[in-house]
Design a protein around this ligand. Structure first.
Ligand SMILES: Cc1cc2nc3c(=O)[nH]c(=O)nc-3n(C[C@H](O)[C@H](O)[C@H](O)COP(=O)(O)O)c2cc1C
Length: 193
């Protein structure tokens, strides 16, 4: 396989796209299902599935926006109208909005840190699959993910982590090209003493 392989080219060009650069159309239900299937193909020791997704459909966005607004007001009592609008927009401005939840099983044969790695791998596959499918995507967390009333409203169990929200849609304003990162920062040779 060379760097000209289409999938490899897609992997090398993937980058996150902020919600304000995403618009209609979003992925169809069938396209989104394929992305989830791609996430399910991530390496997962023991096939524990230490993650899950919540899909917020169009009819739920107003309620989600209200939850985001309420959380913002709790966290920042002097939030400006613009702050509130920004919080609400995160819930409504992209065609697809998902919550990504990590749910490791403590005491399983597979250590919890491996389950977290498996969840991260799945999240990576999900956003890569969005890119390969022609859509932009981004994962955003922020302090709202730790807000207990918000977690409860979304049905996040005490032993689960709301890792972030995945926004997806058509790229309507291209982001800057992905920066080149020196691979020497992560790759080294081993030389025995
Ligand atoms: C679980 C998770 C949560 C994230 N939360 C935020 C966030 O709240 N704010 C932010 O600016 N980037 C966040 N990021 C990073 C962006 O999604 C994105 O990866 C980063 O801006 C780098 O862009 P790139 O993916 O194009 O390299 C998060 C990434 C992950 C995996």
């Amino acid at each position: 396989m060379t760097s000209t392989h289409p999938l490899l080219a897609a992997m090398l060009s993937r980058r996150s796209v902020s919600p304000r650069r995403l618009g209609l159309p979003g992925p169809s239900a069938a396209q989104l299902n394929v992305m989830v299937d791609a996430a399910l193909r991530a390496p997962d020791h023991g096939r524990i599935l230490p993650w899950r997704l919540i899909d917020f459909g169009d009819a739920q966005r107003a309620a989600l926006a209200q939850l985001f607004e309420d959380e913002k007001r709790r966290r920042t009592p002097d939030a400006t109208a613009q702050d509130i609008e920004r919080a609400r927009a995160h819930a409504t401005q992209t065609p697809t909005m998902l919550a990504f939840i990590v749910r490791p099983t403590p005491g399983a044969a597979v250590p919890v840190h491996e389950q977290w790695l498996a969840a991260g791998a799945a999240l990576g596959q999900l956003v890569l699959a969005a890119h390969v499918s022609g859509f932009g995507a981004i994962v955003l967390s922020g302090q709202r993910c730790e807000d207990e009333p918000l977690r409860q409203a979304l049905g996040i169990a005490p032993d689960e982590t709301l890792a972030g929200f995945v926004s997806m849609g058509t790229v309507i304003a291209a982001p800057l090209a992905a920066p080149q990162i020196d691979r020497g920062r992560v790759l080294s040779d081993w030389t025995p003493d």
